[in-house]
Design a protein around this ligand. Structure first.
Ligand SMILES: [Zn+2]
Ligand SMILES: [Zn+2]
Length: 196
């Protein structure tokens, strides 16, 4: 965990504390978690003292996911730009990690999870990491119109036709991730066939 996202509550002034932090995602990633296709994250916003041992962080988590296009395997990118609002509350050690504040009575507010802090210090890292993971796209394509790879020769069809004859009607080969893999690793496909 990184020191840059550890904020002593005493450093939060009357006007709040403005943050603009850039850091490698590895610094907020907990051990034994799968990595995400994002190298650097930027956290901007303001921490304010709400009184009564409660603090609010309001801001944005930004970055850029980059991984191979699901169709053509060229690099594809997607922006991370999430607006966030996290409420922290000072707790005595041994208390529950979080509680739900339900707004009944004065109305108008949504339920918001309060995050317990101990040691007079707010650590934004777990929430930043959660935002990165929850916003990560399952699949990325370099562009919606990406034509992918030719299932026969493996050529990138975005660069123009590869010269293979058109697929037969009916049994048209699909450019699925499996067919792309098979075209990249023909030896593996042969191996599998031999075993069956
Ligand atoms: Zn593509
Ligand atoms: Zn081809």
């Amino acid at each position: 965990m990184t020191a840059k996202l550890h904020i002593p509550v005493l450093s939060i002034g009357d006007d709040g504390l403005n943050l603009d932090v850039r850091l490698p995602v590895a610094e907020v990633q907990p051990p034994d978690t799968d990595s995400v296709p994002l190298d650097e994250v930027r956290v901007t916003g303001c921490l304010t003292d709400l009184g009564g041992g409660e603090y609010l962080f309001r801001g944005r988590v930004r970055g850029e996911y980059a991984q191979p296009c699901d169709r053509c395997l060229e690099e594809a990118r997607a922006a991370l730009n999430s607006e966030v609002a996290w409420v922290y509350v000072e707790g005595r050690s041994g208390e529950a990690v979080s509680e739900l504040e339900s707004d009944d009575g004065d109305g108008g507010g949504a339920e918001r999870e309060k995050l317990m802090i101990t040691g007079r210090e707010i650590d934004l890292s777990p929430q930043v990491w959660e935002e990165i993971v929850l916003s990560a796209p399952l699949k990325l394509v370099c562009k919606e119109s990406c034509l992918g790879l030719c299932p026969r020769c493996g050529a990138n069809l975005n660069g123009g036709p590869c010269g293979c004859p058109p697929a037969e009607p009916g049994g048209a080969p699909q450019n699925t991730p499996l067919s792309v893999l098979a075209s990249l690793f023909p030896d593996l496909a042969d191996d599998k066939n031999r075993k069956e």
